[in-house]
Structure formats: C-alpha cells, structure tokens
Design a protein around this ligand. Structure first.
Ligand code: SF4
Length: 349
C-alpha cells in the first residue's frame, strides 16, 4: 500500500522535509511574516509551545489529543510556524537546557501521534525519521550511538543481549528508540543560526520563556541544600576541602551538578574556594566553560549514575541511590522528601 502524507500530518510532524516544503509554498520571509498579525499570533503560539516544553519534566507524557490539531491549510501553517518559532526562541535564549526540553517535548509529541497511526503509516514515518521499525536487532555501534543519552541501567551495553555484533531489542524498546531518534535529530539541529535582528525582534518573547524556565528550575530545585547532595557529590566536596587533587572528570561532574541545581558562576567558584590550592582565574574559566557562558555556549549536565560508576566517581551509594539513575534526581527527591513535597508526577528518575 502506498502511503502519503495529508495536510494534517504536517501539523503532527512539522520537522519532516515535506512539512517544510508545504510551508515554502508561501514564499514569505519570516521577518515579513512576523510583521503581520498572523505572525504575532504564531509567535504567541510559539511561546506557549516552549512553555509546555518547559513544564514537561518526566516520562509521563502530556496528552496530545488529535482533535486539537488543525486540518485546514491556515491552521496547519500556524502550527508549523509555531514549531519553527519555538526553535528560534530557544536558539536566541542560548540556553542548552531549554533546547533539550524543547527537543524532548517535540519528540514526545510526534511519537504519540505516530503511535496512533496505522501500521503502514507508522513504518513509513519511522523510515522518514531514520529508525525503521523493521527487525529487533541493532548493530552495536548504532545502538551505542542512539542510547548515549539514555541513562537507565537497562540500556547499558553490558546489560544487553548481543549476538553477532547486534543488540537485541524488544518491540517496546524499539518505540522508545524511535522517540530518541526524533529527539536527537531535533536537538542536533539546535541552536539555529538566527540573525541578530530577528533575535532582537523576538527578545520580549525570549525573555518570557527564559523566565518560565528559571521559575521551573527554582521550583524543581529551590534553594541549594548541601545536605541533600548525593553521596558522590558530597565525596567530591569533602575531597576538595581536604586538599585532595580532584580529577578533571570529578571537577566536571561537580560543576555541572552545581550549575544544574541553579547555582551561579560566582557561587560555584566560592565552592572551589574551599580547596587549599584554589586558583580563582583558572577556576572561573573552567566553571564558565562548563556552565555554558564561555566558548561555544554549550551547557553540560552531570554524568548519569552509570557513567559516574564507570568514572569511579560513584562513592558510598546509599538506599536512595537504588531508586535513581541520575545524581540530579537524587537531589530533587531527597530535597522534596525533606520539605514534604510529593515528587511531581512523571518526574525523571
Ligand atoms: S548512585 Fe548515583 S547519585 Fe548515588 S552516589 Fe552513585 S552516582 Fe551519586
């Protein structure tokens, strides 16, 4: 059976080449479009889109009712434009974590639509996305590349069945990997190269989404509470205070951890000030680089528990460690427990 995409599909999968081609028929520059009232509406849709992405923090997905999707040409154009503008906003914000949230949200959204499609169309879409849902084996290099950002123990190669250079995956896992392929594809194209003039034009909207993101980070992590740090981070801190030389991997993990729980550069540098051999300018340079303010603006997250184990940085894990897969999740859960907050539904493990 020959599968073809309908207009409504472009709204479901705005990242596909076909959806972009559908938009190109309009032949109007983004700058000009934004001057019109339709452009302003699309921009406010884009802000809402990023806000929804910011609010999506866990594996329990928001629902994406098909009935909410437009089917008329104008509505579909608006949907695709809001997708494009959402990417513009996070690119202008230059916040890696924000780009990651958007990519994860968009991947979840597209994947939930794919799941509702008929078999032939699902296969067609998976192929267009670059992860054909045929067969339940993946060559090791492809598997390793695809699961690099998946932190659960079950994805580690040592926990997989490998036969003849191929990793066995089950049907459910192949769905998860399809979603991961969408996420990776979307993330790898960010940040977009947006002209300064366009970033200036959308600056009030960028500020709105940055504010929302900041609020979310504060809600997730709140005031820094050292007593809620996971054992690994506590161990690095005590080694630091005791004058022990910390490896580059250890410094990286600690800095990325502190940055992700909301500490600013100055505060992180102060933490390093506990070390007897503290060198302020060197530390400041390293902290800014890891926090994304220096160099190419790439922001880093600390390694997952499994990566920490590989690096020899998982020290004295406790009972809570058995329930998490990431030092940030440990912190969030322990802090939540102390303040009596219930873990939010769908929070990352
Ligand atoms: S299990 Fe994870 S959170 Fe716990 S000490 Fe090891 S790396 Fe840290």
């Amino acid at each position: 059976m020959r599968v073809s995409l309908e207009t409504k599909d472009f709204a479901k999968y705005p990242f596909l080449k076909e959806s972009q081609q559908f938009m190109l028929q309009e032949n109007e520059s983004l700058d000009k479009f934004l001057q019109r009232s339709a452009g302003k509406v699309a921009l406010s849709h884009a802000v809402e889109r990023v806000k929804r992405a910011v609010a999506f923090t866990g594996p329990v997905p928001p629902s994406f009712p098909i009935s909410d999707l437009p089917s008329d040409q104008l509505g579909v154009r608006m949907e695709i434009t809001s997708f494009v503008l959402a990417r513009v906003l996070v690119s202008c914000a230059r916040e890696r974590a924000l780009m990651e949230r958007l990519a994860r949200y968009e991947a979840q959204r597209a994947h939930s639509f794919i799941q509702a499609e008929e078999e032939e169309k699902r296969k067609f879409l998976a192929e267009r996305i670059g992860f054909p849902l045929e067969g339940l084996f993946l060559p090791v290099p492809r598997y390793v590349e695809l699961t690099a950002g998946m932190h659960e123990e079950r994805w580690r190669l040592v926990n997989r069945e490998v036969t003849g250079g191929k990793v066995t995956i089950n049907t459910l896992e192949s769905e998860e990997l399809l979603k991961e392929q969408i996420r990776k594809g979307l993330l790898s194209s960010l940040p977009l190269e947006v002209p300064e003039s366009l970033c200036s034009f959308v600056a009030p909207c960028t500020a709105q989404v940055q504010q929302e993101f900041q609020k979310r980070v504060l809600r997730d992590f709140g005031d820094v509470e050292e007593s809620s740090f996971p054992p690994c981070m506590q161990a690095i801190l005590s080694a630091l205070s005791g004058g022990t030389n910390i490896t580059h991997a250890g410094r990286f993990a600690l800095t990325a951890f502190l940055h992700n729980i909301g500490m600013g550069t100055a505060e992180i540098v102060q933490v390093y000030g506990r070390a007897p051999d503290f060198d302020i300018s060197k530390t400041q340079y390293q902290v800014e680089h890891i926090s994304g303010r220096g160099g190419k603006g790439t922001e880093y997250t600390p390694p997952s528990c499994s990566a920490m184990r590989t690096l020899g940085l998982c020290i004295k894990p406790d009972a809570l460690c058995g329930k998490v897969a990431h030092p940030l999740s440990y912190y969030r859960r322990k802090k939540g427990k102390k303040t009596g907050e219930k873990p939010e539904q769908g929070q990352v493990r």
